[in-house]
Design a protein around this ligand. Structure first.
Ligand code: FES
Length: 145
């Protein structure tokens, strides 16, 4: 039911942990399943994400998607990181079962939440970035994925 890549990222998640004094940190959850994901970014003066770490209290697919999402944003600019959507994460993992698609939304929203925090701290506006929600189940109700 899960691809080899999902199993690999679940069994050996990349970039697990925390960053002390992060440039941005974002936490999102899904009240329906109770899963929570937190992402820490270290962003340099050029706006490049030099390091990223995550902690996920959640299902296997949430762990795998957060791991893959951190790999996809590491070394990227803020603008490029915004292109890492839940679909991009799922593609990189060779897909997820339909009931697990919502787990990848946590990863996308955690990236946005960490970038939002970075923008707030630095008093800047990141073009194309909307204020993230704390609970993605609110979003799922009014949008189709
Ligand atoms: Fe909720 Fe996977 S079941 S994030």
């Amino acid at each position: 039911m899960y691809s080899e890549k999902v199993m690999d990222h679940f069994n050996n998640p990349r970039n697990v942990g925390e960053i002390e004094n992060p440039s941005g940190v974002g936490t999102v959850g899904n009240a329906k399943c109770g899963d929570i994901m937190r992402m820490y970014f270290d962003i340099d003066e050029q706006g490049v994400i030099r390091d990223v770490k995550f902690k996920t209290f959640g299902c296997g697919a949430a762990v795998a998607t957060s791991s893959m999402a951190t790999e996809l944003v590491k070394g990227k600019t803020i603008k490029e990181a915004l292109e890492v959507t839940n679909k991009a994460v799922m593609e990189a993992l060779d897909g997820l079962p339909p009931v697990k698609v919502h787990c990848s939304l946590l990863a996308e929203e955690a990236i946005h939440a960490a970038l939002w925090d970075y923008a707030q701290k630095n008093h800047i506006v990141i073009e194309g970035l909307k204020e993230p929600v704390n609970d993605i189940s609110e979003k799922e109700e009014d949008e189709e994925y």
